[in-house]
Design a binder for this molecule. Structure first.
Ligand code: KG4
Ligand code: ZN
Length: 331
């Protein structure tokens, strides 16, 4: 069974064709990062316009790569999946309305996909043997959630951030340290050569499986202000190193705690922050010590892409989750 999927929830336009939820036939992504970088973050209006400019051509290219075409009404495609929530509403609307158009023209069913479920499905593309149940941390620019993945289509939320998402904290700290947007990768790289004991950052004491990152972010901003007042230079690599150690430590602690207390032996991470080298290394060690199996997406599937939406779309479709022209985008 082949699913065509469109992803346009934030600043990446993605189109993909995936077979049986596990095999990528084509997967194209156009990133708008360079266009937003000069503003230090995503400009929603600009994002919507960029999606509109490229979505038709990108879809034709992804279909050609998969040996499919509009000319024969997508004869080899069973259903069309689209991210309809959560995200920037203007961006989501581009994908949702485009998919309504092609579904109407080709008489194919539409499958709505939640972007967070999509990030989890990136794991199924990387690890064909992985099946629910397992405990998954989804950490990206918009979310830091711990779920019990009960089945392909049923998640139980165990914990979430009370303020900033982990990726958001990375991006804000990166900006404070003078790195370009999106800053996660720059902090990750800088941390490798930094001295993590040069500076100190507070570790929030949040009960259960919830997180809080805004206090750590504020502490970095204060370090910067104090350094400016004293006419000292902040060593960016050293701040990056302590920030990375603190945040990855919290993420790993909560994920392991959730798995231990729910009795699961399989843990996973997905979303943009799952590309973080410190988090991947720390969790590999921790999982080994705990006798748990750890699953991480391949690096190309950590960030936003449509293959993960197609993979989740497959499981939604076989579970009967299709919609008609009433489909809407939810921010
Ligand atoms: O999943 P994603 O591409 O988009 C959202 O759904 O938000 O995640 C983007 C986030 C950004 O905040 C980015 O800085 C962060 O993931 N990120 C990283 C790394 N690579 C991307 N954060 C830490 N370390 C990285 N290596
Ligand atoms: Zn995402």
């Amino acid at each position: 069974m082949k699913i065509l999927a469109i992803e346009s929830s934030c600043d990446e336009t993605g189109v993909s064709v995936v077979k049986d939820g596990r095999e990528i036939i084509s997967n194209l992504v156009i990133s708008q990062v360079a266009k937003h970088a000069e503003y230090g973050g995503v400009v929603p209006e600009l994002a919507s316009r960029c999606h509109m400019e490229c979505i038709c051509t990108l879809t034709e290219q992804a279909l050609t790569k998969a040996g499919e075409s509009f000319a024969d009404k997508l004869s080899g495609i069973d259903a069309i999946a689209v991210t309809n929530t959560p995200g920037l509403v203007g961006s989501l609307l581009v994908g949702v309305n485009y998919v309504k158009g092609i579904a109407l023209a080709t008489n194919k069913p539409i499958v709505p996909v939640n972007h967070i479920n999509g990030h989890i499905a990136a794991l199924y593309l990387t690890h064909r043997e992985l099946t629910p149940p397992f405990i998954c941390l989804v950490a990206s620019g918009g979310h830091s959630h711990i779920y019990e993945v009960e089945s392909y289509t049923r998640l139980r939320l165990l914990g979430r951030t009370l303020d900033d998402a982990a990726g958001e904290a990375y991006d804000k700290v990166a900006r404070t340290l003078g790195y370009p947007y999106p800053g996660g990768i720059h902090i990750d790289n800088a941390a490798k050569s930094g001295n993590e004991s040069h500076y100190k950052l507070p570790v929030p004491r949040i009960p259960g499986y919830d997180f809080s990152f805004s206090g750590i972010k504020t502490a970095v901003i204060n370090l910067k202000h104090n350094a400016v007042q004293r006419e000292e230079t902040l060593v960016a690599e050293d701040v990056a190193a302590v920030f990375q150690r603190t945040v990855t430590g919290i993420l790993a602690d909560k994920l392991i705690l959730a798995a231990r207390e729910t009795g699961h032996k399989t843990i996973a991470v997905s979303g943009g922050v799952s590309a973080n080298s410190g988090l991947r290394k720390l969790l590999s060690e921790r999982a080994k010590n705990e006798g748990m199996s750890l699953y991480l997406p391949e690096l190309s599937l950590c960030g936003d892409n449509a293959a993960m939406i197609a993979a989740q779309g497959y499981y939604e479709y076989i579970n009967g989750n299709t919609v008609g022209m009433e489909l809407n985008a939810l921010a």
